[in-house]
Design a protein around this ligand. Sequence first.
Ligand code: ZN
Length: 253
Amino acid sequence: MLFETVLGGLTLALGAGARAVPSPLEVFKRDHTAGTVISKCSRPGVLALAYDDGPYQFTSSLVDTLDAAGVKGTFFFTGTLYGCIYNQAAAVKKAYESGHQVASHTWTHPHMGSMSASQIQAEMEKVEQAMVNIFGRKPQYVRPPYLETGGSFLSVMRQMNYTVITNDVDAGDWNNQSPQQSEQRFQQAGAGGNGHIPLMHETYSGTVTTLTNWLIDWAKTNNLEIVTVAECLDDAEGMYKEGTFEPNGQNSC
Ligand SMILES: [Zn+2]
C-alpha cells in the first residue's frame, strides 16, 4: 500500500514515460533518506570524521594517518575548488581504495541555494562522472557547500537520490579557530548520544594533523568507533550508487 502510494506519486512527478519506474527497494530507500538533511549519526558509540573541500595537497597524508590508526573517514570532494580533481586522481583513488567514503561536495563549490535545478544537477553530474572516471563509482552522499540546503537544492537531491549531510559540530577551522579551539568544541559537544558528524576541512594543516590525531585519541578514550558517515547511519552498503558506469575518457576540468 505504502509502495503503491509512493510509486504513484513518483510516476506522476516524473511524467509518464520520463524515466523507468525504480524498483520498490530503491523507492523505499529514496523515501527513507534521499533529499532529507542529516546532521548526525543515527546511533551512539561512533564518530564520523568528515572532511570537506579536497582533494588537496594533504589528502594523501590524511589517508595515511587514518589508515595507520585503523579508522575510516569521509571525504567530501569538489571538482575544481583547489585545482582540478583529475590532477589529484591518485589521492582520490587512494582514499576510495583504502575504504574511506568518497562523497560529493559539488563541482565548483557554489552557493547552490540560488542556482536553478538544471545548474544544480550539472554540479552533481560532473562530480559523478569524475568519480566514475577515477574509481568507477558514483557517490550517494553530498554535503552542500556552506551547508546551504535552500532553493531547489533538496528537491533536486531527492530526484537524484542523494543523501544530504550537514553537521552537528563545527570545528570552525574555516573561521580561524585553532586546533585547540576546535578540540574544545568537541569536548563541549561531548561523547554521549548519537555520534557526531563534524564540519572539518582537509585544507588546513592543523585539522589534518593536530586535530585529527587528537580526535583519534579522544575517540579511543571515550570508546567511540571512528567510521564513515554512511556507516554511522547504518548505511554501509549505501555509500555509492548501485550499477556500473562507463568512464567517458575525460581527464581534465
Ligand atoms: Zn566546502
